[in-house]
Design a protein around this ligand. Structure first.
Ligand code: SR1
Length: 353
């Protein structure tokens, strides 16, 4: 009956859902052998509601979430928020109305989410959050160890440049991972007074790299003594690299970032690239961990309040020397990058199994 109702509701909303760009995958009807309820019976419906949908990170994250959902026999609907807080709220409301059993909230602005997430919890829906602090003991928080991520990038900057340099810094407040990375930057500057932040800039929108490139051009023209840019988001780093290339500064600037994608590897390793290091997880692994954390919560098992996927330092030199061209190459060469034991259980199959 529940299954039939779901189909009815699902068909009624399918047009709207497709218009929103939601993706639908058919749940495994027979259930997962040896799994606890509700996975033993099959037909589990969950939704991933994202705030950011532009950029390689989020596409890979969502693909990883879909692969893990498929392995679990779960019907995962992805709602792309399109960098719009009101749209993300409305999509959470839609997911509640669709009677999903679980929700993954992927980024967003806490103040516009807390009440609607509480509404979902009150309706008996289990919720986990990736990179948005919902400040709710019932909501496990998934992250990439952002303090350590930024520290490792900055240690590499110090190893390459010493601790006396003029820096540009790309930051937008209000995004949990960027706020955590900012705490590491503040700490690094306090410990290294010879590191002088000459300019701070940044924007997050549907075309982040292009917008940051415009800002970076103005900043680099006005501050020719900047030799290091800390840009802890790959879209930021791409923007700064574009600006440096256009201004002919590639050989006198070094960029340190977060995140990696196949397109980023190309940009890091090309001749004379100023993008010299990044610290990153495989976003597909983070997407899979998010689904596993939700699955554990749905099964009444505790994934822990803080679920962490550890990032790896990737330098231009290492990538070039190892002949790494793609994220798949990284997975093969660095097992710690290509998999995570976070939020695992014997009954949860790994993606692709
Ligand atoms: C605007 S927040 C950008 C970050 O979100 C994810 O955590 C990625 O690591 C990216 O750097």
């Amino acid at each position: 009956m529940i299954q039939r109702n779901w189909r009815k509701i699902g068909l009624g909303l399918l047009g709207g859902a497709l218009a929103l760009g939601a993706t639908l995958q058919v749940a495994r009807a027979e259930g997962l052998r040896g799994a606890p309820p509700p996975f033993d019976k099959g037909g589990v419906k969950v939704a991933l509601v994202a705030y950011l949908s532009a950029g390689d990170f989020y596409q890979a994250y969502q693909a990883g979430a879909q692969q893990q959902a498929k392995a679990l026999g779960v019907d995962l609907r992805v709602f792309p928020g399109r960098q719009d807080a009101a749209e993300q709220r409305s999509q959470i409301e839609q997911a509640i109305n669709l009677k999903v059993q679980g929700l993954i909230i992927d980024h967003g602005l806490p103040e516009s989410l807390k009440d609607v997430v509480q509404k979902a919890l009150d309706a008996g829906i289990k919720v986990v959050a990736f990179d948005v602090n919902l400040d709710n003991p019932k909501v496990p928080q998934i992250e990439q160890s952002d303090h350590a991520l930024a520290q490792r990038a900055l240690e590499q900057a110090a190893a390459d440049n010493g601790v006396n340099f003029k820096a540009g810094y790309v930051y937008v407040a209000g995004f949990a991972p960027l706020d955590r990375r900012n705490e590491s930057w503040t700490d690094f500057k306090a410990k290294n007074p010879g590191v002088v932040e000459k300019a701070r800039f940044g924007v997050v929108n549907a075309t982040t790299a292009a917008s940051v490139a415009d800002q970076a051009k103005a900043v680099l023209r006005a501050n020719p003594d900047i030799s290091v840019v800390f840009a802890p988001y790959d879209e930021f780093a791409r923007g700064v690299k574009l600006a440096a290339t256009e201004l002919g500064l590639s050989k006198k600037l070094r960029i340190y970032s977060a995140d990696i994608s196949t397109a980023d590897i190309q940009e890091l390793t090309e001749p004379d690239s100023p993008w010299v290091a990044t610290v990153a997880t495989n976003p597909a692994v983070v997407g899979a961990v998010s689904v596993r954390a939700l699955a554990l919560t749905l099964a009444g098992q505790d994934p822990g309040h803080r679920v962490v996927v550890e990032p790896t330092l990737l330098t231009q030199k290492q990538l070039r020397e190892a002949g790494v061209r793609t994220v798949e190459d990284l997975d093969a060469k660095l097992p710690a990058f290509g998999q995570s034991q976070a939020a695992s259980a014997a009954w949860i199959p790994k993606p692709g199994h």
